[in-house]
Design a protein around this ligand. Structure first.
Ligand code: ADP
Ligand code: MG
Length: 693
């Protein structure tokens, strides 16, 4: 047996049990050693039953004193398991998997349960997380043994792979293989970065002997995960830096100079800085790969148009890809307006062009008549060809896959890329998801902008709110009213929105009130948005389908109904629809069923409009869930490290990885050989197109 041995061949596991593990990605001995506990029981996080309080999340270790399936009326059954420690009794109750679960418990076995405490005539936990501890030499509370608990699924438990089962099969495997693990880091590297060796870490993560040992093991394994993730990004970035552009920029050009004279406003410092950053990239010998972040209305589009002026001024073509037709059209209109009187000819390419229009625009693009192609993913269709596309702007990047981005890039040569997003991303996240891009941030709103005032109200205050809305309408302004629509309760939500719409039609008569919801066809929705943007509709009642990025400067009030049901990021996105013009804008959050969480969220909304602050708070609230979306971005998933809690380590690992690639871009130096092999073995498919092999 060695590290590459398939676990199904191992005595005590076998084919059937092996298959269940294979499904979790555990195929080899090495995989098994990297299947880490999800948490640990130790003295510091176990409570005695007398100390528990209602609504708290606790872990209790106790002896099973009895278990019984009970039946209610209507044939509903549940399982009660009562456990006891020296200080009291606690009932654990399950409503699901009752028959199967009951077989798991035996009187007098020691179990650990975790969950939220409730009180129904006695303390109880509903559907607790549980682990059977009986075979551990003795009670962890008394001995101080740290007991690892492994992630478990129904299928695993059925095969005996609860935590106890894992510990049992792991012990001999670890003992036999731990010395075969070869560290890819040198002793010198480990000392410098305060890391323990890989075999010590693997050993202690599964069989910790002390809290300190466990922490050192976690630090090492988290570091490795974050380090390799950052190494992927560093290599990708290096790959761009390795390429030489064929085209060159002589100067920023005449068109930009003229364009500057035409702008009626003063650029913010942030905008000026970003234009300089883009110019530095354009004239560098390597292709640009830059992310531009900034709140809605911060002036990203204007900046990207200035870059287009440089590109076209040097004789090249540019393209701007937006996620929806309506956004593409809006960009197109802004471009026409912005470049009026200049030599730049923009063209709109969307799916709704007729065949004849498509043919004509394609010809005109190909012979260089048009300089800037603006469109949806229709841009990446095979018939669209350019004379000399050298600059691509991608708006609202998170909606495009890596593939679509690639398809557009192939239409030009050594294309410089600017990715724009109005969804602020916390630094830890952007450093990971976009860690291979250079980053520009517009963190300053144009001076003529008035801050949006946000107020939280309860339903009693609605009369006053409607009075204010009427005032705004009388002044010629427009109003958004937003209702939540969650898939699970779509029918009821739609009803609430429809009823709200009926009421508001009365309240605001004779102003035109229209309902927009997700079940309408794209054409209907677009029609309504167009009428609203022309002020032929004054009040838009909608479920949350208002397009990101849509610009209606005359809308100065947004009323968000049942605001407690929206997430922070969503609220921020919605609020960004207003405050885009010269008039003072107000956002009213109507809170109907406050919870502790919602009060916090709405509190954040009323105290800041800074998208980055909101994004950080959002990340804290959501914890380490799938929002990290590393997989979706084609990056390795994190198993043990957490971008939220391991921030400092992330920064450390990033620096080490990027420094390493800077000094040894292709990891060809002798002392990096083992590291390189390991990297290629585990990460080559995530590096994509990259050539360090
Ligand atoms: P974003 O793309 O970040 O949402 P835009 O570039 O579309 O922002 O700008 C939003 C609006 O603000 C546009 O009408 C634009 O003309 C205007 N604008 C941009 N920069 C400035 C500025 N520095 N001063 C005043 N208005 C500006
Ligand atoms: Mg924009």
């Amino acid at each position: 047996m060695d590290l590459s041995t398939q676990i199904s061949f191992i005595k005590g596991i076998g084919e059937k049990r092996g298959a269940v593990l294979n499904e979790l990605g555990i195929v080899t001995v090495e995989n098994l050693l990297h299947h880490f506990p999800r948490r640990y029981l130790d003295r510091s996080n176990i409570l005695t039953i007398s100390k528990i309080r209602i609504d708290e999340n606790v872990t209790i270790v106790g002896r099973v004193t009895g278990h019984q399936v009970k039946r209610g009326r209507k044939g509903r059954s549940w399982l009660d398991v009562v456990i006891a420690d020296e200080t009291g009794f606690l009932t654990c109750r399950w409503f699901h998997g009752v028959q199967w679960l009951q077989k798991r418990f035996e009187k007098d076995m020691t179990i650990a349960v975790s969950g939220k405490v409730e009180f129904f005539g006695g303390f109880q936990i509903l559907h607790p997380d549980f682990d059977i501890l009986s075979d551990d030499t003795s009670n962890p509370i008394n001995t101080g043994i740290i007991v690892p608990l492994y992630p478990s699924t129904h299928a695993l438990q059925k095969m005996g792979f609860d935590s106890r089962g894992f510990r049992r099969i792991l012990k001999p495997i670890i003992d036999a293989n731990i010395d075969k693990i070869v560290d890819y880091f040198s002793a010198e590297f480990l000392t410098k970065n305060q890391l323990i060796s890989l075999n010590d870490a693997i050993h202690s993560i599964h069989f910790p002997e002390s809290e300190e040992g466990l922490q050192a093991a976690q630090r090492r394994l988290k570091f490795d995960e974050l380090f390799f993730l950052q190494l992927v990004l560093a290599v990708r970035k290096q790959h761009f830096a390795d390429r030489e552009k064929q085209h060159q920029y002589a100067s920023t050009g005449e068109i930009l100079a003229q364009q500057y004279k035409r702008i009626t406003f003063k650029l913010t410092h942030a905008q000026e800085r970003v234009v300089r950053e883009i110019w530095d990239d354009l004239k560098s010998p390597h292709p640009m790969n830059r992310l531009l972040q900034g709140d809605v209305g911060s002036g990203k589009t204007v900046v990207s148009f200035l870059a287009v002026a440089i590109v076209v001024g040097n004789g090249y073509q540019a393209a701007l890809m937006a996620p929806t037709e309506i956004l593409a059209e809006q960009h197109y209109k802004s471009a026409i307006e912005f470049f009026k009187g200049s030599d730049i000819r923009p063209v709109l390419i969307t799916g709704s062009l007729t065949a004849a229009q498509k043919r004509d625009t394609n010809i005109a693009l190909k012979n260089g008549y048009f300089h800037l192609a603006i469109g949806t993913h229709a841009l990446i269709q095979s018939k669209v060809t350019f004379k000399n596309l050298r600059f691509v702007i991608i708006d609202e990047q998170h909606r495009f896959g890596v593939m679509q981005r690639g398809a557009l890039l192939k239409k030009g040569e050594d294309v410089d890329i600017l990715v724009m997003t109005a969804t602020p991303i916390p630094r830890t996240l952007s450093m990971t998801l976009y860690g291979d891009l250079s980053s520009s941030i517009i963190d300053e709103l144009p001076a003529n902008r008035q801050p949006i005032i946000t107020r939280k109200v309860d339903p009693n205050a609605l009369d006053k709110v409607y009075g204010y809305a009427r005032d705004q309408l009388d002044k010629g302004r427009q109003v958004f009213v937003v209702y939540p629509l969650i898939e699970d309760s779509e029918k009821m939500d739609l009803k609430a929105a429809t009823q709200g719409f009926d009421t508001l039609s009365h309240v605001f008569s004779p102003y035109k009130v229209v309902l927009l919801h997700g079940r309408m066809s794209a054409i209907e929705k677009e029609e309504i948005m167009n009428l609203f943007s022309q002020n032929r509709i004054q009040v838009l009642v909608s479920t949350t389908v208002i397009e990101v990025g849509i610009d209606i400067p005359n809308a100065t009030l947004m009323i968000i109904e049942n605001a407690e049901r929206f997430g922070l990021a969503q609220l921020h996105q919605l609020r960004g629809r207003i405050g885009r013009g010269e008039h003072r804008s107000v956002c009213v959050l109507v809170e109907r069923k406050p919870t502790e969480d919602s009060q916090f969220r709405l509190g954040v909304m009323t105290t800041t409009t800074d998208g980055f602050v909101i994004a950080e708070e959002d990340l804290k609230l959501r914890g380490s869930g799938d929002i990290f979306g590393t997989k979706q971005h084609g990056l390795p998933q994190l198993k043990i490290a957490n971008l939220l809690f391991d921030r400092d380590l992330l920064f450390e690992a990033r620096k080490v990885a990027f420094d390493m690639i800077k000094q040894d871009p292709h990891l060809r130096k002798e002392h990096h050989q083992r590291l390189r092999e390991n990297f290629l073995k585990d990460y080559s498919d995530t590096v994509e197109m990259v050539s360090i092999s």
